[in-house]
Write a protein that binds this ligand. Structure first.
Ligand code: IMP
Length: 178
């Protein structure tokens, strides 16, 4: 699929499947080196992070745990509402644990800031953030992103977990609004 048309909007391939898979494998290997001798807990932020988290841990050739949290999202709009709410809490004790927050995309940085603060109040040994995509020009909050798949322009993207009105998360490639 080269182009997807949703309503009046045209989306074209921005990152193809092979490019994504290659970069995800590199990130897994980098994490494996960084967490040598440790058992990190990957915390995927639903819904968007699920394909990235899956591929990231499949390529992570070491001991790890996997958990999920869900925040309230953008709703069906393409711009941030500025509100974050936890919809699904973390159900484990993370004190003394090494946490890796897994995000699909960091846009304003609000979600990551919120999660980081919340997790840090539970005394983990460490908290790191890995995101597949980062829109540096959209950042509004002072967040430290430890591992970045791709830095991208501030364009709206869909696929590989990213949605348009909750759809298109199942696309293998990432498409950008023309
Ligand atoms: P932030 O809190 O502003 O950093 O936004 C993070 C969340 O916004 C992501 O987890 C996505 O759910 C959503 N988001 C931001 N940009 C896009 C995009 O281009 N496509 C789809 N979802 C996006």
């Amino acid at each position: 699929m080269d182009e997807i048309i949703i309503k009046e909007d045209h989306f074209t391939v921005f990152l193809d499947e092979a490019t994504i898979q290659k970069r995800v494998k590199e990130l897994s290997e980098e994490l494996l080196r960084a967490y040598k001798g440790k058992t990190p807990i990957f915390i995927g932020i639903l819904n968007g992070a699920f394909p990235f988290l899956t591929d990231l841990v499949k390529n992570y050739n070491g001991l790890c745990e996997v958990e999920f949290m869900k925040l309230s999202s953008y709703g069906d709009a393409k711009i941030s509402s500025g509100n974050v709410k936890v919809v699904k809490e973390l159900e484990i004790d993370i004190s003394g644990k090494d946490i890796i927050i897994v995000e699909d995309i960091v846009d304003t940085g609000l979600s990551v800031k919120y999660i980081e603060r919340m997790l840090e109040s539970h005394n983990p040994a460490s908290v790191a953030v890995v995101t597949l995509l980062l829109k540096p020009e959209s950042l509004k909050y002072n967040v430290k992103i430890d591992y970045i798949g791709f830095s991208i322009p501030s364009k709206f993207v869909i696929g590989y977990g990213l949605d348009y009105e909750q759809k298109y998360r199942n696309l293998k490639a990432i498409y950008a609004l023309k």
